[in-house]
Design a protein around this ligand. Structure first.
Ligand code: ADE
Length: 228
């Protein structure tokens, strides 16, 4: 079974609507929707915004639903001049830009205990996502996505994250899902469509482009489910 996580309703509602044989279970305040998406067994959830909700959701999918893969779909802020609103990133790896024990001598972003900064996504899922995006009329690239508990609307901070982690996009859940999947040895993927450029105007762009960007990302998930 594949777990599909979106932070907000708008990021997974279009997938939920297509589920066959729907069964709903609520755990820790999160609604888990089991069913078949394009013939593939899935459980879909809106986890809520931020790393803690995302971690609760991913861990619950693993322990209670026995998912063997997790896909995180949704929107992100672009950190790259090559990525415009509407373009997609298939993450090769995720990291947590706000994890910081540098005061103790660690590199910024290192998850102490695991001694790693980056959590690599599953190659086979990356391929399926790229294949699914290939026929669509938007640009799709691979790259690192950085996660933190902040809505980024500051060019200087964004540039720092981009240069520190070689990240091309920023969001608020993928890195937490990556960490949960890594400690549980579950393959995962994060795909995000740019809703804004994480700059001064990010809040305005986000409000305008959220729906369309979220839909594009869901279309790619549908394609993955179809070919799975
Ligand atoms: N998700 C979409 N845009 C974002 C931004 N600018 N910062 C964090 N998460 C986002």
């Amino acid at each position: 079974m594949i777990g599909i996580i979106g932070a907000m309703k708008v990021e997974v509602e279009g997938l939920k609507k297509e589920l066959k044989d729907l069964k709903v279970t609520t755990i820790s305040g999160i609604e888990f929707n089991q069913g078949f998406l394009n013939g593939t067994s899935v459980v879909i959830a809106v986890c809520g915004i931020g790393k803690v909700f995302a971690a609760i959701c991913a861990q619950t999918m693993i322990l209670k639903f026995g998912v063997d893969k997790i896909i995180n779909t949704g929107v992100a802020g672009s950190l790259s001049p090559d990525l415009e609103v509407g373009d997609m990133v298939v993450a090769t790896a995720v990291c947590q830009h706000d994890m910081d024990t540098s005061g103790l001598g660690d590199p910024v972003g290192m998850v102490s205990g695991l001694n790693q900064i980056f959590f690599e996504t599953d190659k086979a899922l990356q391929e399926l996502a790229l294949e699914s995006a290939r026929d669509k009329d938007f640009k799709c690239v691979t790259g690192v996505i950085a996660t933190g508990d902040q809505f980024m609307k500051d060019t200087v901070k964004g540039e720092l994250i981009a240069s520190t982690f070689k990240a091309v996009a920023v969001e608020m859940e993928g890195g937490a899902i990556g960490q949960v999947c890594a400690v549980n040895k579950i393959p995962f993927l994060v795909i995000r469509v740019m809703s804004d450029c994480a700059d001064d105007g990010a809040n305005v762009d986000y409000a305008v482009f959220l729906d369309g960007a979220a839909k594009e990302s869901m279309e790619v998930v549908k394609g993955i489910a179809e070919s799975y």
